[in-house]
Design a protein around this ligand. Sequence first.
Ligand SMILES: [Zn+2]
Length: 233
Amino acid sequence: MAGTSLTWLGHAAFRLDTPGGKRIYVDPWLGNPKCPESEQEPERIDLIALTHGHDDHVGETVDLAQRFACPVVALVELRGWLAGQGLPEDMSEAPNKGGTVEKAGVKITLTDANHSSSGFEDDTFVYLGEPAGLVIELEDGFKIYFAGDTNVFGDMQLISRIYEPDVAVLPIGGHFTMGPREAAAALELLGVTRCVASHYGTFPLLIGTPEQLRDLSPDVEVLAPEPGETISL
Ligand SMILES: [Zn+2]
């Protein structure tokens, strides 16, 4: 089997190419200001996974899922809302926290996250369930924890104990999520030695940087690809 590669598409959007040759998009807001033009029109997608309902994470999910006829895994309320936006209804793609679904040959488990989640429709907010993190277990057993938008919370210890992720993708920009100070504590709780920085640099408000996290967590390898850059995990 080939290795696992991860491409940052700016903000919290990632493309994950699995050892089994599957292509997974997480939180595909490809219209974000940092997404390279060459990444805005995917050539194929086997699976989309979402952490929560804010539009900087749902992004172009409906269009992309319709175009590629791929499954979309999201928490039950968010997945139900997406069905109302034109996706096929499919409860097998709509777990809640603690649930694991297998799609496109990988296993996705929803975890807790400390954030909010809602959509905006006809000038009103709509409830889209709670925000979640995702643990994605690939065909060869490699596990990636996408924390989604969250502050640090003590139960990250449980995520470590139960799922033993090999690498964690953490938001570090601050303001809407944790910043480097909180992310450093998250890394201690998760016990991972490698992490990928996310949700920073998109807007002036998101001021946390990978360098700050490296200073605070000298024993952790903090990976910070450029938008459009692919790294091997
Ligand atoms: Zn966000």
